[in-house]
Design a protein around this ligand. Structure first.
Ligand code: PHE
Ligand code: FE
Length: 262
């Protein structure tokens, strides 16, 4: 792992799991989390996909304080078989994919600092929880992420993680969906962003292209500013269908092609 990561990795097991240690969060941290939640709560009715909105209704306590992972896991297990595993922060690809392939979603335990209210480089508990967890209650999305985990382990064997990571970026993190009400966000990086959530739906500048697997895997992404290009799915079933074929021949065909700069 890169030395500059913020989390405390000293107590992590080989799968990078740690205890959440919920009682160690301070009242100020719960209050900061609540402020982040309240800002996004004003935006999501207009900008989030319906699956996300349906799920958050069942997670009332997540609006008040940093959630207790054990409690949410209990409900997730009965809904879609998933659970949350607490981690110190970003973890290596093989550990990450192994968790997903066992229906465990890794969530960072620490919260950003107050001065990072608008922007944070590494994902924190607010991004991880608010952006990712509600959608794990949707059966199709949940199954897709499990398939992604298995596909990730396969991509490691095929030396194709970079190509697969672009798919994750343009779907799970920054994906848009067409709905009856208009374009909506389902990507976690959008759902947890104070600025980009409105931008990705309303702003005339970015391109919103139909989902196209090969194009996505060849598109370079920006980690430090709003995206220039988003890809739009029709539904989670559409995403599931488009990603079901064996990627092995696709990886072989595109691995040496130049990247497209979006
Ligand atoms: N179909 C992919 C493969 O063969 C696996 C996958 C499924 C990857 C869903 C991402 C999402 O590698
Ligand atoms: Fe994320």
């Amino acid at each position: 792992m890169k030395a500059q990561l913020r989390g405390d990795y000293s107590r992590a097991g080989p799968d990078y799991a740690v205890e959440q240690d919920w009682s160690s969060y301070t009242p100020a941290q719960h209050a900061l989390y609540r402020r982040l939640f309240e800002r996004q709560a004003k935006l999501v009715p207009r900008y989030a996909c319906p699956e996300w909105i349906d799920a958050i209704a069942g997670l009332e306590s997540a609006a008040r304080e940093i959630p207790k992972f054990h409690d949410v896991s209990r409900r997730l297990r009965s809904a879609t078989g998933w659970e949350i595993v607490a981690v110190p922060g970003l973890i290596p690809d093989d550990a990450f994919f192994t968790h997903l392939a066992n229906r465990r979603f890794p969530i960072t335990v620490w919260l950003r600092r107050p001065e990072e209210f608008d922007y944070i480089v590494e994902p924190d508990v607010f991004h991880d929880f608010f952006g990712h967890v509600p959608l794990l209650f949707d059966r199709v999305y949940a199954d897709h992420l499990y398939e992604y985990g298995k596909g990730g382990l396969k991509a490691i064997r095929l030396d194709a993680v970079k190509m697969l990571a672009r798919l994750y970026w343009f779907t799970i993190e920054f994906g848009l969906m067409r709905t009856a009400a208009g374009i909506r966000a389902y990507g976690a990086g959008l759902l947890s962003s104070g600025g980009e959530l409105g931008y990705c739906v309303d702003d005339p500048r970015p391109r919103r292209l139909p989902f196209e697997l090969e194009r996505i895997m060849r598109t370079a992404y920006q980690i430090d500013r709003y995206q220039d290009t988003y890809f739009v799915i029709e539904s989670f079933a559409h995403l599931m269908r488009e990603t079901a074929p064996d990627f092995t021949p696709l990886y072989a065909r595109i691995r040496d092609l130049p990247l497209l700069h979006s």
